[in-house]
Design a protein around this ligand. Structure first.
Ligand code: FAD
Length: 383
């Protein structure tokens, strides 16, 4: 087993590190305070190829394997999770779903723009009444001649305010539960689709999150992604890979927490010596370091399984569960190392903690990951 990076993977990681240093780090506190990152960052992410990773070059993608995708995601998460989330959704959930399930026409229509950062994609699964229980969603898609008419409300949609296209999940047949769900590609300028930005988030404040309301939104039948009634499979396969991307972002948060804690411990003096000399401070730092390594190894294993064409969904749940809880612990431990200074946003630990907290909630809460892992081990569904 080789846990080292190839020269190409190391180069991609360095490219991402430099990008974060140049394009993100100088602005992230201002973006966090303003509750919106500069939209120009999307085009820059496209230009450097980060929105096309793992997508075929034929459709504007930049190729690469899933480990390279994880490395870039980790570095973006180490910088600013709000920016990392734009990539994880627009590329990870939307473009990759189109690449996997789309018709030739759909791929040509959407992928070049999404991978170039000219378009932003969003993923519309959650509704006000169905979060963890997404298979029981109630947004309707009624067939009318060559069109579908969509009606319903989607909640907490990342990139929703900016997005040009929503990968929308709606109930199109009377089949019960998730069997009646289909996936649609809906341009957000379609008449009848309105959006409301959700303000006041605890973290990921630079990322736009929206409620989408659909009132008799008409799309051609060709907007269907994959087969009718197979939409839940589209959503679940997107989330299985998406959880790896969230996990990689969490590794980045934990690594940033470690870097900041070590640096500060060496600079700050109390009781006549730097706080790095105090054993209990070293305990905080070593706990963060172990979390970083364990989360990273679980995440890389998922990438390796995907790249070797092996089953990976349960391993992805394990990685997401562990890495998200680890990121919260790591950021909280780093905040403790910073003392009172950790509590203000001129220092990084507070933002890391606020950003980390949602990772245990979205793309399946920690409880839902445990049920997925438990079901795989016991054969019993406890949902
Ligand atoms: P609920 O499902 O109501 O859960 C509440 C609590 O009950 C949780 O602790 C949960 O673990 C627990 N629970 C529920 N069912 C069970 C069970 N069977 N057993 C044990 N415990 C259970 N969604 C999208 O579709 N697209 C997006 O882009 C997107 N982005 C998001 C961005 C942010 C910032 C946030 C906060 C959310 C986002 N979401 C998005 C929604 C997110 O995926 C949901 O919030 C999440 O799935 C949980 O659903 P819920 O909030 O309705 O909580």
């Amino acid at each position: 087993m080789n846990l080292g990076l190839s020269a190409e993977q190391a180069a991609v990681r360095q490219l991402a590190r430099d990008f974060v240093e140049r394009e993100i780090a100088p602005h992230m506190v201002a973006w966090d305070r303003a509750e919106e990152v500069d939209r120009g960052i999307v085009k820059k992410l496209g230009e450097v190829g980060f929105l096309g990773l793992t997508v075929d070059e034929e459709y504007g993608g930049s190729g690469g394997d899933h480990l390279a995708y994880c490395l870039v995601t980790e570095e973006l998460g180490r910088g600013d999770s709000s920016v990392r989330g734009i990539v994880s959704v627009s590329l990870g959930l939307v473009a990759k779903s189109i690449a996997a399930w789309g018709s030739e026409e759909q791929k040509r229509r959407w992928l070049p723009g999404l991978t170039a950062g000219e378009y932003v994609g969003c993923f519309g699964l959650t509704e006000p009444g169905t979060g963890s229980d997404a298979g029981n969603l109630t947004t309707r898609a009624v067939r009318d001649g060559d069109e579908y008419v969509l009606s319903g409300t989607k909640m907490f949609i990342t990139n929703g305010t900016w997005a040009d296209v929503v990968l929308l999940f709606a109930r199109s047949t009377d089949a019960p539960g998730h069997k009646g769900v289909s996936a649609f590609l809906v341009p957000t300028d379609t008449p009848g689709l309105t959006r409301r930005t959700i303000h006041g988030k605890l973290g990921l404040r630079g990322q736009t999150t929206a409620e989408l309301v659909l009132e008799d939104v008409r799309v051609p039948a060709s907007a269907l992604l994959g087969e009718e009634g197979k939409g839940f499979s589209v959503a679940m396969s997107a989330l299985a890979k998406g959880r790896m991307s969230v996990a990689a972002g969490c590794v980045g948060i934990a690594q940033a927490a470690l870097d900041a804690a070590v640096r500060y411990a060496g600079e700050r003096e109390q009781f006549g010596k730097s706080i790095a000399h105090h054993q209990l401070v070293q305990e905080l730092i070593s706990d963060i370091a172990v979390d970083v390594d364990a989360a990273r190894l679980l995440t890389w294993r998922v990438a390796d399984l995907i790249d070797r064409g092996q089953p990976f969904a349960v391993e992805s749940s394990k990685a997401k569960l562990f890495a998200s809880e680890a990121a919260v612990r790591a950021a909280n431990n780093a905040l403790q190392v910073f003392g009172g200074y950790g509590y203000i946003d001129e220092y990084p630990a507070g933002k890391l903690l606020r950003d980390a907290r949602v990772m245990t909630l979205y793309e399946g809460t920690s409880q839902i990951q445990k049920l997925l892992i438990g079901r795989a081990l016991t054969g019993v569904s406890a949902f």
